[in-house]
Ligand binder design. Structure first.
Ligand code: UN1
Length: 512
């Protein structure tokens, strides 16, 4: 029963046994029900969190509104300075926060630390961006006129994030939202509230040290009723939602009803195509990491392998061998590759999916199952498994957040691409090939229909520099790098007449 230094990390991050789940970055309060956070690694109660009730919610909105009026006046590069300091704090707390992510969520310590690294990277990105919020200038068709466009802050940005990336997804949104002049309200997953509180404690330090108004960064731990409030609140200009397609559909519809903006990051059903020209040594590593990393609980996890028939048996055998070497156990122990699922509901969904797959005719080449025994007392550890299937199976069309890998055969690349695209989701995709023509076809308009398409790397592990998101039922949103900041601002076209006459556009005459 090793402790892995968890107690110390919790205390460094300001987490006690009982915590208040609402914070405006100045005050901490909460008057709702009490939520208990258990670790899926050992089944132990980590800490309790008092959640928000509706009046707590209203108080947060009032503080946010006030904070926005002040924050939007601060020049963007100065807002960047806030984010720069936040990045420094994250470097300081990286070890502790990475450990908490691993302990509360269950991903490996390496992946927990990687997630904090993503936070640091997006801060660096946003600092630079704070001096580069460029708009175009254009030539007016009218003499003596100047035209350009500029970007202004939106106001309050609401962020609803999922348990699987309990800290990074928040930072992708906040770092950009802040340099753009917005204030943020974060509703972390109810499955990982302590990660939320730890992050809020870190940014609160920065806000206090700089004597910035409270309300620039708020956090609300609450249930779906609080989530509904946020989604339906006209005070909230943009909702960035990460979660299931089912909930995302409601969020998108409700936000659209009130003409708010939304960024939706929903389910994925990511495939890797193994062509006959694939370099198998690296391809197998990419596929196995994609399928079992974070115990198959990334939106970008590899769910399907579409394998050329000529190498199908070889790939299958290599996968079986690789899976036999996987070490499943406490994710804080660096010798283990695979940690637990988030909770017992997730374990049940994993079991149900295996059952459905068998009913539809799936043949398991690596069997699944729940692990028992002294290392697995939380009841959340499962065996990564592999099934030979048809792409058209209902279960294969569906995203199960668990380490179940579906494998299938193809004859022609056109057929493989059609199979890759023939699912409702459109997040991440990859092709393993050493043939340039195959790679280019896959990346062309006739190729992958996903928001992310890779060559010779797996489907997961996207860098923050690119725009992250996907098409179809994945929701169409984009987060992180590239020019995604534009989602967090409102765009304005300006025309200035510096003459003493008033020529109209399109040559229209209107004399008085
Ligand atoms: C998610 O699963 O919610 O590419 C996001 C990756 C990570 C992001 C995943 N950078 O796997």
């Amino acid at each position: 029963n090793q402790d892995f230094g968890i107690e110390k990390s919790l205390s460094n991050l300001g987490i006690s046994t009982e915590n208040l789940g609402v914070s405006t970055g100045g005050k901490y309060f909460a008057n709702g029900d009490v939520l208990e956070s258990y670790s899926p690694t050992d089944g132990k109660l980590i800490a309790k969190v008092t959640t928000a009730n509706f009046s707590d919610y209203d108080a947060v909105i009032e503080t946010s509104k006030k904070a926005f009026l002040e924050f939007r006046q601060i020049p963007a590069p100065k807002r960047g300075e806030l984010v720069r300091q936040f990045g420094l704090k994250l470097r300081h707390y990286k070890e502790d926060l990475g450990k908490l992510v691993s302990y509360e969520m269950g991903k490996s310590l390496q992946e927990g630390l990687g997630e904090v690294q993503e936070m640091i990277d997006i801060c660096d990105f946003a600092v630079g961006l704070s001096r580069q919020l460029y708009g175009f200038t254009m030539h007016s068709e009218r003499p003596g006129h100047r035209m350009y466009e500029q970007y202004h802050p939106l106001g309050i940005v609401g962020i609803i994030s999922a348990f699987n990336f309990p800290v990074a997804v928040w930072s992708w949104n906040t770092a950009l939202a802040w340099i753009c002049g917005n204030v943020t309200i974060w509703k972390p997953s109810e499955k990982t509230p302590l990660c939320g509180i730890a992050c809020q404690n870190i940014i609160t330090e920065v806000l206090r040290e700089n004597e910035l108004p409270e309300g620039i960064s708020s956090m609300i731990v609450g249930d779906h009723k609080i989530g509904d409030r946020l989604v339906n609140d006209k005070n909230v200009a943009l909702i960035s939602f990460t979660g299931s397609t089912k909930v995302g559909r409601m969020v998108g519809t409700n936000v659209a009803q009130r003409f708010g903006k939304s960024i939706l990051e929903l389910g994925g059903n990511n495939a890797i195509i193994f062509t006959e020209n694939a370099d198998l040594n690296m391809s197998i590593i990419g596929a196995v990491f994609g399928a079992v990393g974070t115990a198959g609980q990334r939106c970008t996890s590899t769910r399907r392998l579409i394998i050329h028939e000529s190498i199908f048996e070889d790939v299958k055998n290599r996968l079986v061998k690789a899976y036999a070497q996987l070490k499943i156990g406490n994710p804080l122990d660096e010798n283990n590759h695979v940690g637990p699922l988030i909770d017992k509901d997730a374990v049940q969904q994993y079991l149900d999916s295996i059952e459905k797959c068998k009913k539809e005719g799936g043949k398991f080449v690596v069997e699944g199952g729940v692990l028992e025994g002294e290392h697995y007392t939380s009841g959340c550890y499962v065996k990564p498994c592999i099934a030979e299937v048809e792409n058209s199976f209902e279960i294969v069309q569906h995203e199960t957040f668990a380490p179940i890998l579906y494998i299938m055969k193809y004859k022609t690349l056109e057929e493989a691409i059609a199979m890759q695209n023939d699912v409702p989701q459109g997040l991440s995709s990859a092709i393993m090939t050493t043939d340039m023509r195959q790679a280019e076809l896959f990346l062309s308009q006739q190729g992958s229909d996903c928001g992310i398409a890779n060559v010779n790397i797996g489907t997961s592990g996207a860098e923050i520099g690119g725009a992250f998101g996907g098409e179809k039922e994945t929701g169409g949103g984009r987060e992180s790098g590239s020019d995604v900041w534009k989602y967090y601002m409102r765009r304005q076209t300006n025309t200035i007449n510096y003459t003493d006459s008033l020529p109209l556009a399109q040559g229209i005459k209107f004399d008085l």
